[in-house]
Design a protein around this ligand. Structure first.
Ligand code: FES
Length: 142
């Protein structure tokens, strides 16, 4: 598989876009400073099934609290780890406790780092694909 370069120059803070990598949708989210604060909220973290990403779902450089190469950009395979539906990004909900990626099939909820919440059917965080910022407006997948 060849790497895929994605132009993220049009992505405003708080927006997300979907790219295709190895036949799968990949969500690219440009996080706001509030989003980054929310990812570290203690109430949210205590409601995550795998807050430290100990189940291998990301490259080693994304095994951190924001699960990505650069905190501002979240990158995850947009396929629910329950039975494979595509979770929907909720841009406007507020409060650390709201689900930010909600699966339409059986209600699994993920946060702005693709981390799965407790008490939902999905067993694992959304996978993070290999990615790197090639320059300020290009993200490379793979
Ligand atoms: Fe997402 Fe079942 S496929 S909750």
């Amino acid at each position: 598989h060849l790497p895929v370069d994605v132009d993220i120059s049009k992505l405003a803070p708080g927006q997300q876009m979907t790219a295709v990598w190895q036949g799968k949708p990949v969500f690219i989210l440009r996080r706001t400073p509030e989003d980054l604060k929310q990812l570290q909220d203690a109430a949210l973290v205590s409601d995550l099934r795998d807050p430290d990403s100990s189940v291998l779902q990301q490259p080693s450089y994304a095994k951190n609290w924001h699960r990505s190469a650069v905190p501002e950009y979240g990158v995850y395979v947009g396929v629910c780890t329950h039975l494979g539906c595509v979770p929907v990004y909720e841009a406007t909900v507020s409060g650390a406790n709201a689900g930010r990626y909600n699966c339409p099939c059986h209600g699994s909820k993920f946060d702005l780092a693709g981390r799965v919440r407790k008490s939902v059917p999905a067993p694992y965080n959304l996978p993070v694909p290999p990615h790197v910022m090639v320059n300020a407006t290009t993200l490379r997948l793979g």
